[in-house]
Design a protein around this ligand. Structure first.
Ligand code: ADP
Ligand code: MG
Length: 267
């Protein structure tokens, strides 16, 4: 790969975060470096409170870093932009808008496209996330899994270069969660983006990602990166393969060690 291409993608350089609170400083993230290739799927895995959401929010420009730089291709990311789409664990749809209006919201705001063009794009994403027939409904009449599909479609409709996912399936039951994981892989295959996904679920991380970044406990930093060399497209059957089990065990051991550290510190 030539030098220029190597530098493409998301570059997290010496990022650090200290929250100043009235009860003192909280060192959420110590100096962290990470390079995510264009269209790579990276999972951030770590114990609760290790700074995963903080890191994601800094990439998304929602939280300001204490020091360090975040660059995508050659541009520094400092504030929320259409280049970065986000989906959170908590359902964040606009309750007063229908499914299709939710998906088209960002495009409408931008005022760059005609209503007909927006309608066409929205329709494309309705199909992509399997919501055909539900597009006129309001969020309250949808299941959690469906609401998250709308949230994913809404994020993708703006055609971001980066998709940030913060435990997007955390509130779903196990089976729905597994189906959503497969759906996400399918969507990503058809509409490739650079994805950084936060999760504390070891199996989810290994199943989805090209690389699993295991973070150490508070203050967070990169503890180890596990390359997941499993063929794509992947479906749930890969979970019973020897390689999958080995990756899962490695990630599990690391997370266990980090949890034990927290316990010893009495947290
Ligand atoms: P994770 O997503 O890995 O569970 P977070 O990034 O949410 O972790 O939090 C990392 C640490 O920073 C935690 O100790 C948390 O309490 C603290 N923290 C997060 N957000 C804030 C905030 N806005 N103000 C003060 N402390 C915060
Ligand atoms: Mg979090």
């Amino acid at each position: 790969m030539d030098k220029d291409l190597e530098n493409h993608g998301l570059n997290i350089i010496d990022i650090e975060k200290v929250y100043h609170t009235k009860n003192g400083d909280v060192h959420a993230l110590s100096k962290t470096n990470l390079h995510v290739h264009r269209k790579e799927f990276v999972a951030l895995l770590g114990t609760s409170g290790c700074g995963k959401s903080t890191l994601l929010r800094m990439i998304g420009g929602l939280t300001e870093q204490t020091s360090g730089t975040i660059i995508y291709d050659n541009r520094e990311l400092t504030k929320p932009s259409a280049e970065v789409g986000m989906v959170f664990q908590k359902y964040t749809l606009f309750p007063w808008l229908s499914v299709e209006k939710n998906i088209g919201f960002g495009l409408k705001q931008k005022k760059e496209k005609t209503n007909a063009e927006i309608h066409e794009i929205v329709n494309q994403y309705v199909d992509l996330v399997g919501l055909r027939g539900f597009e006129k409904l309001y969020p309250k009449s949808l299941s959690g899994g469906m609401q998250q599909r709308v949230a994913i479609a809404r994020a993708l409709a703006n055609d971001p270069s980066i998709l940030l996912l913060d435990e997007p399936f955390g509130a779903l039951d196990t089976t729905t969660r597994e189906i959503m994981q497969e759906l996400l892989l399918d969507v990503w295959q058809k509409s490739p983006k650079t994805i950084v996904m936060v999760t504390h679920d070891v199996e989810e991380a290994v199943f989805l990602a090209d690389r699993v970044v295991v973070m150490s406990a508070r203050p967070g930093r990169v503890r180890e990166i596990i390359d997941i060399d499993l063929d794509r497209p992947r479906d749930y059957r890969v979970k019973s393969s020897q390689k999958f089990i080995e990756y899962k065990m490695r990630a599990f051991e690391l997370i266990r060690e980090e949890s034990m550290k927290l316990m010893k510190e009495g947290i």
